[in-house]
Design a protein around this ligand. Structure first.
Ligand SMILES: [Fe+2]
Length: 314
């Protein structure tokens, strides 16, 4: 059974260059039903599960726009699915698609079909895929991803905004911060930017992809299940290496570099330097700590209960 459907010549031409949507039949694999997801969660390493609180109705205003890590203790897979369905949370189950054999098979097939249909991505690496379970109230703020990402939406209704890739929408400084890891991939946003965005209403069975680094944001309308595919290509790694160097020059030496205005020679040097710097871990002093601010509680409104903050150790 093919998993990607209705791929057109236009899709082939646009893939990786423009925002585009195609249809898929991931739901038919049976791996993304609530029961299958609960079973998977019971087997999945806990350090690869991120539960974030998304307080609705103005609760916990003091934590607005922050990354709100939830300690989910030894909650069962079923409890986590229930919490996503009727609470105020967002669960990112990282690396599902490259951890369990039955999911690996699906991810491999998707990559094979994409490579075949798009006629590119042969040099891709670090192929990973996570599953997102998110509450009806969930919103993913305006952000950009350092990897190439494709959103495979499977169940529920969500709205996605994808923005142009210019300095106005994503400054070099903002993307450097993402590559360095000092911010949680959120980028300065104002509602007026929406006028220039492409807006997609997804009901399950659509894959949306966009050019590497394009800012985007998501608002759920119902409980949703999606898969996020991530990978890098030599080209995306090249840019990220250069941005790492520029980011450190800006932060450690007060310089004001620009990737857009750099010549090819400068880019090659900076990209190579950035990869070395990344391996040396020089950027790590800028990384933020992951603080737990909530715990999962079936009896609390939205399934979330505030705690005295402590650093994540799970
Ligand atoms: Fe993203």
């Amino acid at each position: 059974m093919e998993l990607i459907n209705n791929w057109t010549d236009e899709n082939r031409a646009n893939y990786g260059k423009k925002v585009m949507a195609v249809q898929h039949s991931l739901e038919a694999t049976g791996l993304f039903s609530d029961d299958a997801l609960a079973t998977m969660l019971d087997r999945h390493p806990r350090h690869l599960v991120d539960v974030l609180a998304l307080p609705a109705d103005g609760r916990f205003q003091e934590y607005q726009d922050q990354h709100l890590t939830v300690d989910f203790g030894d909650a069962s897979g079923k409890t986590l699915v229930d919490a996503a369905q009727s609470g105020d949370i967002w669960i990112n189950v990282r690396e599902v698609m490259n951890t369990h054999p039955e999911y690996i098979e699906v991810l491999d097939q998707l990559h094979d079909e994409l490579e075949d249909k798009a006629g590119k991505n042969k040099g891709r690496r670090n192929c990973r895929g996570g599953v997102l379970l998110s509450s009806p109230t969930a919103r993913t703020p305006y952000h950009s991803d350092p990897t190439i990402t494709h959103l495979w939406h499977i169940r529920g209704h969500k709205r996605v905004w994808v923005y142009p890739l210019t300095q106005e929408f994503l400054s070099d400084e903002a993307f450097e911060a993402i590559v360095i890891g000092e911010m949680n991939e959120d980028v300065p946003y104002s509602p007026s930017l929406d006028e220039s965005a492409g807006v997609y209403d997804l009901y399950g069975g659509e894959m949306v992809s966009w050019p590497h680094r394009s800012p985007h944001r998501v608002e759920n309308q119902t409980y949703c299940v999606s898969m996020v595919m991530e990978f890098s290509t030599p080209q995306s790694a090249f840019i990220n290496g250069g941005m790492m160097t520029n980011g450190l020059l800006r932060r450690k030496f007060g310089m004001n570099p620009s990737w857009e205005n750099a010549g090819q020679f400068e880019r090659v040097l900076k990209s190579a330097a950035g990869r070395v710097l990344g391996k040396l871990g020089l950027h790590r002093s800028y990384k933020r700590k992951d603080m737990v601010l909530f715990k999962l509680d079936e009896n609390a409104p939205g399934f979330i209960q505030a705690v005295t903050p402590y650093e994540r150790a799970f």
